[in-house]
Design a protein around this ligand. Sequence first.
Ligand SMILES: [Zn+2]
Length: 336
Amino acid sequence: MKIILFFIFSPFVFSCNSTKSTTGPKKTNVDYANTITAQDLKKHLYVYASDEMEGRMTGSKGQHMAAEYIRNFYMDEGIASPIEKNNYFQTIPSSFFEGRRNPESSENVVAFIKGSEKPDEIVIISAHLDHVGTDKDGNVFNGADDDGSGTVSILEIAQAFQQAVKDGNGPKRSILFLHVTGEEIGLYGSRYYTENPLFPLENTVCDLNIDMIGRIDPEKKNNPNYIYLIGSNKLSQELQDVSTEVNKKYTKLELDYKYDDPNDPNRFYYRSDHYNFAKNNIPIIFYFNGVHEDYHKITDTPDKIEYDLMEKRAKLIFYTAWEIANRDKKITADKL
Ligand SMILES: [Zn+2]
């Protein structure tokens, strides 16, 4: 009886199995973007910008703790280092911080997703991991917006790309997640990277640099659905066009270019880490919310962050990186 039953039922069992193995509709960039959530950004930022990190002054104990937090995230997510297994730190010797009083060594933190078709072409997403430490009374500059917001956004963007890799939809070009140190004391980490690049600069497609995307400029309080983009067409019109298209299709933020005005006295184009890439003729976009009353004050704390807006801005950066990494034609510095 058993044997007979086995033969009778076996075709049914096989057909059942084949039905089960059929997957649902192929996941898209929208599915991956939707893994970037206000809730996750908030969870990370309350740790990253906590008092325990002591304001993340370059070379300090708190800054090294911050670097470890970032490293541990990538290890937990199974996102590799481009340096060697389990070593995510590009160490910068103290001698590089020339002119600083009591310079200490520091580190950039790097993680890497290798492209499936054009692995030698590198898209960089960057943010600075350091901040300005504590004041003489021991009050902590938490730097939740500056640049905790950029840091935790990269973590969420990396996780979204890693989910795509797990599903067999990984990016065609490679992506380097670059957390640079020493920004606040003079853009040291990004300069160190561009002078000691892990991949040739001539193969570096662009740098999408995030520095402060969690707050609202007081001037924009009645229309907060915005982000300032700086330098997006300075070297590459193609780069700005991609950014405009994905925003129109997916995120629908107001893209405000007012700081591209060459007469703007703030000169923001020269004031964050993308500049070290731009001066090497690598196209860049600088994503920025503008300054506000808590900028470089001890009151730049995680409770003041607009998490839903930050999620939307992080998604814009994800969609832009996704398009640049996957489109047939490589972005070039077409305005040089
Ligand atoms: Zn900053």
